[in-house]
Design a protein around this ligand. Structure first.
Ligand code: AMP
Length: 376
């Protein structure tokens, strides 16, 4: 089966690697000549809105999917008129705009931070009163890894915040005082069967995910599954999806929905039988979904800006390094390391995770790890 992917980054790369066992071939449309997925299939080097991008995917593929949400909805719409495209343009429209996303969550009875639309400085001044400060001004579209976001602590920062992000459409969101951040990931196939992954507990710095911990038998697993099920069924979703949640103690508030495989699910490459990548492919090809239960508790540490010595990583038991083959740049995700426990009673597991955090200069997360629900 020929799978065309819009985008050629590490998520496309890991999808193609997962497809090796499924008798699938891959092609990527991505304008970057050095797209890191390119060695894993055909690479059509076109801007997304170039008519050749659509033509080549349409001619080559049996099914089309995409690896990120900052792609033109028009391309997905044009392709889905010709062949199966999963997730649909409807899901993409919802997820690529924070206003649509939050409005949908609330309509489905899912709590979010308070929010208001901001298209001008006057709107921002009004929104600050409505939502309250501190708050975060976010661009409605194209924000990722903390880009397109400004924290506003008091009224004196309103003008500079607006000057930083204007003139694009924004929303102002109240600052949520959460107990922990988790994400729920699930895959849904064309028949509507859903496989839920165990929750991941996530730690960010400068808006970038640094550490994800797989949670076994978390008491809030069911509640999170109901949230993602509602969203998936509402849009007849097909593929893998992630919903990031703020745990407020008595309830969840939904932050963001990703219509794709997600960084906080990379632990599943080593911690479960079927990774989020494999189940995404099975879902879009309408095959039975595979087991998502935890085989070994796993921690995932992102490699940002550079890859540590592979020899040094190999000294840490059950640490698996993934190098995306990208040129290292400050703030750029270039790989990750999964550290697995050898059974539930592995006394070396937490010390091994600490060694990795230390090696990648994320010592400040060691305290968080020891306080996490993963450690308890
Ligand atoms: P986002 O790009 O919306 O996923 O935001 C990146 C990270 O910033 C989140 O994972 C949180 O750690 C933090 N963040 C975003 N929005 C809020 C909010 N409304 N309140 C508190 N923290 C937030």
């Amino acid at each position: 089966m020929k799978i065309g992917i819009i985008g050629g980054g590490q998520l496309a790369q890991m999808l193609a690697q997962a497809g090796e066992s499924l008798d699938m071939e891959f092609a990527f449309v991505a304008p970057e000549k050095d797209a890191c997925a390119a060695p894993f299939g055909q690479h059509f080097i076109y801007p997304y809105l170039d008519p050749k991008a659509k033509e080549s995917l349409q001619e080559w593929s049996d099914i089309v999917t995409y690896e990120f949400e900052s792609i033109p909805v028009a391309l997905v719409e044009a392709l889905e008129a010709e062949l199966p495209v999963h997730p649909s343009s409807k899901a993409l429209t919802l997820a690529s705009d924070r206003l649509n996303e939050k409005t949908m969550f609330n309509q489905q009875g899912i709590e979010t931070a308070k929010f208001a639309t901001v298209d001008s400085l006057e709107d921002l001044q009004k929104a600050a009163k409505e939502v309250g400060l501190p708050a975060i001004l976010k661009t409605r579209r194209d924000g990722y890894d903390g880009k397109g976001q400004v924290v506003i602590r008091d009224e004196s920062q309103l003008i500079s915040a607006w000057e930083t992000l204007s003139p694009v459409a924004c929303i102002l969101e109240s600052m949520v005082n959460f107990k922990r951040e988790v994400s729920i990931i699930a895959s849904r196939n064309v028949d509507g069967d859903i496989a839920f992954y165990p929750l991941a507990e996530n730690y960010h710095r400068e808006g970038i995910l640094r550490l994800s911990l797989s949670l076994q038998n978390d008491p809030k697993q069911q509640e999170a599954e109901e949230i993602i099920r509602k969203v998936m069924e509402k849009v007849n979703y097909v593929g893998t999806m992630a919903v990031e949640l703020f745990d407020l103690g008595d309830k969840f508030a939904a932050n963001e929905l990703s219509p794709r495989v997600h960084n906080s699910g990379h632990w599943s490459m080593d911690g479960t039988i079927a990774s989020q990548f494999k189940n995404h492919l099975l879902a879009i090809a309408n095959k039975p979904l595979q087991d998502t239960s935890i085989q070994s508790p796993t921690a995932m540490v992102n490699l940002i800006g550079g890859i540590p010595s592979k020899d040094a990583v190999a000294e840490i038991p059950n640490a698996v390094l993934y190098d995306y083959g990208k040129e290292p740049k400050p703030g750029r995700k270039v790989g990750h390391i999964n550290i697995c426990a050898n059974g539930d009673q592995d006394e070396d597991f937490i010390p091994n995770v600490i060694k990795v955090l230390d090696m990648v200069g994320q010592q400040e997360l060691i305290g968080e790890l020891l306080k996490s629900s993963f450690y308890k």
